[in-house]
Design a binder for this molecule. Sequence first.
Ligand SMILES: Cc1ncc(COP(=O)(O)O)c(C=O)c1O
Length: 395
Amino acid sequence: MGEIPIKKETLVNHQPTVRPEPGNDPLVEPIHRSVKYTYPTVAEMDQLFSGEKAGYFYSRYANPTVRQLELLLAKLQDREDALATSSGVTAITNCLLSLLKQGDHVVLFLESYRPTRYIVRNLLSKFGVTHSLISIKDHEGIAREFERENTRLVLFESPTNPMTWIADFDFIIGQAKANGVLTLLDGTFAGLHNYGSYAFDLYIHSLTKYASGHGDVLGGAIIGSEEQISAIRPDYANTGAAIAPDSAYLILRGLKTYFLRFREQCENARQIALYLENHQRVKRVYYPGLPSHPDHELAKKQMCDFGGIVAFHLDGTEAQMHEFIESLRLFILAASLGSTESLVTPAKLFFATDLTAEEQKRGEIEDATVRLSLGIEDAEDLIADLDQALGKVFG
Ligand SMILES: Cc1ncc(COP(=O)(O)O)c(C=O)c1O
């Protein structure tokens, strides 16, 4: 506080500031935890408010650590700008709230993340937004739904959860552009490095998964052109969707090893898929990297790798599937995906209880379907674990 004499009670609230001299920068950027930013004059504060001058004001609107993450995310997805949100579902909710109005129609898919269906079916329906729920493989249905006068946007994933179907981008984007429908891709399963060359209007990601990679932080992103992101930003700021700077920092740190982890996870998934495909008590394996996957050619065309998720049907009952999961020692029974450790989930229970039996059947989710999310452990250890658990259940 300069020359003014102050008491210690005042001092602890006006602490000394220590900043490195220019040219003596920290290699790792500091975490900017401050919620508030200061101005030397009221005129400069006013310039910031009117957009005449760049700067920070309040961290719900923007924050340097969060901005660092946003700039990196935009580059990874080959787009101009991004908004980092407190979770993946915040990104979905914020994007939909910002883009939709009463009377608009949304096209959704049976093969999608369950909370995405919840947001549209349970929440947005209260505000007069309608939707159709069809299969990602139903091209006739997609063309029909896009032609509706009030269809505003389509939101989809690829590979889909949990069965790893691949959406046909040329078809969906082509039909959407012809009908003035916005395309929103949730690219969580494929990661931030895939799909940048496709003309999607907006990308959504859960950064909780591959981006952060260690299962210790929630985060999400909306990525697109400068124009699209600027249009959403006021809604993002005024609804409190921002990610906390500490979380943004953990994701920035996680991203340093993103490519190493993703490559290893893909390779583990490939080896595990091959092992399962050759096991006599496995009825069918779903991994886009397997030539036997119905969408393998499409995946090869659209992706630069095939992801870390493998689904399969055990040739057994639901009870045997539970016993199998409980017999695994390295694969952990837990939600989520994309962490360094391998996870296992019973597909129907985790992902499809809001779907009718008929819808589950169309999505090829059976009673004994299992989803694996591969980590970065040694592939031989993972195969040995699957082998001992299968042996225990089926002898
Ligand atoms: C495809 C997909 N999108 C979005 C989300 C939501 O992410 P978050 O848990 O960060 O809210 C998930 C989470 O599993 C997901 O799998």
